[in-house]
Design a protein. Sequence first.
Lengths: 255, 86
Amino acid sequence: METKIDSMELVYAKPETLTDTPMHYCPGCGHGVAHKILMEVIDEMGITENTIGVAPVGCSVFAYMYMNVDMQEAAHGRASAAATGIKRVLPDKFVFSYQGDGDLAAIGTAETIHTVNRGENILMVFINNGIYGMTGGQMAPTSLAGMKTSTSPYGRDCATMGTPIKMTELIANLPGAYYVTRQSVHTPAAVRKLKKAIKASFEAQKQKKGTCFIEIVSNCPSGWKMTPLESNDWMEKNMFPYYTPGDIKVPQEMK
Amino acid sequence: MITGTVIIATEICKGCELCIASCPQNSLALSSSINRKGYRYAELVLDNCTGCINCALVCPDSAITVYRQAKPAKRASSPSLSAQTA
């Protein structure tokens, strides 16, 4: 379709802090939006040169190829521990860790809980899609009750496999946690809310307030064996009743 | 009516259709041809785009750039202001 853009003004473009490398994520994956919004906030705050990210193991293991800030790859589950070290050596830098549910809520549970308990002054971004997406859709600690995965083909049986772990609620009980929220990226409104939450977290980090923790409930079209649109519908119907989006711990001064 | 338009990087688009579902004007649709990766890509099929940026916000691959017609300058206030200063 031919349109005249000469007379128009640019209202939205890809953030400069996101590289031009085409992303390896499956079509419709929430990781892409989460990366974009994180980089957009860093761009708008003008802290590209002063931000250090820690990439996890999982689908987002190549996050350092897309985020044009200083990045460090961490061992599986240890992103928050690596971020702790970076923040302590360089306390004036903005530090964030970006982890999935298999990373943060399974192998990295100890690191996650103790990082927040110490109130390390970092932002932790937690992508929860209820599955190990990268390795072929195995059951994760966050998989819903009755959810069929490649290692629970008859559905997750809570009697033998335990109930899905609500990491964000767990974290919110710790005194070191400053701002704890659960967001999603499936609609434009949700994306705008997430952007506000990330911005608030970086502002809090500037004032050295404590750990900010943002859970992003996301989809996994390939792991759930659905189209992107179906997976977003499924997420709204099944994930949201258990992992309800909204602020879980908001400090008085941010209300 | 404010008009806008989108430019879609068709070689980056993976045809996930999230932008199509989020468009309040139903201006977007999947193409009939495929890109180099083998995906059908999103394209603008109607000229009723308002430049609301919804499609660009939900695009996981950041393939969408949005342009919007500049808001016309307010006619009532600006000439009188310039007359006063002159």
